[in-house]
Design a protein around this ligand. Structure first.
Ligand SMILES: NC(=O)c1ccc[n+]([C@@H]2O[C@H](COP(=O)([O-])OP(=O)(O)OC[C@H]3O[C@@H](n4cnc5c(N)ncnc54)[C@H](OP(=O)(O)O)[C@@H]3O)[C@@H](O)[C@H]2O)c1
Length: 275
């Protein structure tokens, strides 16, 4: 496993995404991921699977301190009272006193960002999360959070894969010494048939998905949370620590970006950075 080290915190760089996994499937997939060696799990209030994720972690027998767990406050719960109440409910569902990272899932233009970040900082001070951060924040929103409100943010979780360069946000995150967690890191399947990724994979005895994940994790302060219900997919995604891309491979992958964004949430999606 590779690790991201940000603000003296060490996070397993490859995590496990759990969106669209519900009920028994969420439990089984999370147990399977932990069994395969994943130690970083990504959930959210709106995924409706915190109960199953919490049970899978408990039943795994793995020490709580060995797992980095993220959950996210729904954009419908961003007023201070709702943020605090809803996180208490998340903890109850997870069966835990504290998560490692609590994120604002999507910005909500109807709620002042400073109000939400103050509430999250209070939850951190109360020991209900070790770290706080945001998701789907643009450079403008990040700047407002950090420079205007003085928020001590650990992470911005954003869509990031070889087809979406995210240059502007990456530069801002590096400036603030924050982790970038890449969601939809295998572009929900688009990477699998990409000729460049397939050809690079062939040279290393790896698949296009493994090449895309290796490319992400080779970057400073970047973690990735691919979702895989199928055991062979989850196993393949964590089998990326025995090869390295060459500078030519990296340049070819860098050239794939065409700006395609796969994830939007009408009503909450911000005015995305174009670069
Ligand atoms: N913060 C946010 O707003 C936000 C938004 C979207 C996602 N996320 C997080 O990011 C996670 C990942 O994103 P995502 O689920 O949208 O997309 P993704 O991880 O890019 O793609 C998941 C899909 O790819 C398949 N897959 C994964 N690895 C594979 C492999 N090695 N070979 C073949 N197929 C493979 C999975 O199949 P199977 O499941 O059948 O194995 C699944 O259909 C989510 O689960 C969630 O935790 C966060």
């Amino acid at each position: 496993m590779d690790y991201v080290s940000v603000k003296d915190i060490r996070v397993p760089a490859l995590g496990f995404g759990t969106w669209a996994l519900n009920g028994r499937a969420a439990y089984e997939a999370t147990r399977q991921a932990l069994d395969l060696g994943y130690r970083h799990i990504d959930t959210a209030q709106i995924y409706g699977n915190e109960t199953e994720i919490g049970r899978a972690i408990k039943d795994s027998g793995i020490a709580r301190g060995d797992i980095f767990l993220t959950t996210k406050v729904s954009p419908a719960n961003l007023h201070a009272g709702a943020a605090k109440r809803s996180h208490e409910e998340s903890l109850r569902r997870l069966g835990l006193d504290c998560v490692d990272l609590l994120l604002v899932h999507w910005p909500n233009a109807a709620v002042p960002v400073g109000e939400t970040l103050t509430a999250l900082a209070q939850l951190r001070a109360e020991g209900k999360t070790r770290l706080i951060g945001v998701s789907n924040f643009t450079v403008r929103l990040l700047t407002e959070a950090v420079e205007r409100h003085g928020a001590d943010l650990f992470c911005n979780q954003i869509e990031y894969h070889p087809f979406l360069a995210q240059r502007a946000v990456r530069q801002a995150l590096n400036g603030y010494d924050m982790m970038l967690t890449a969601y939809a890191p295998v572009a929900r399947g688009r990477v699998f048939d990409d000729k460049t990724l397939v050809a690079i994979g062939r040279q290393h005895g790896k698949s296009a998905a493994q090449v895309a994940l290796r490319w992400l994790l080779d970057q400073k302060n970047v973690a990735a949370v691919p979702k895989a219900a199928r055991r062979e997919h989850a196993a393949a995604n964590i089998d990326i620590f025995d090869f390295r891309l060459t500078p030519d491979d990296r340049a070819a992958i860098d050239a794939l970006a065409d700006g395609e964004r796969l994830v939007e949430w009408g009503g909450y999606a911000p005015d995305w950075d174009r670069a």
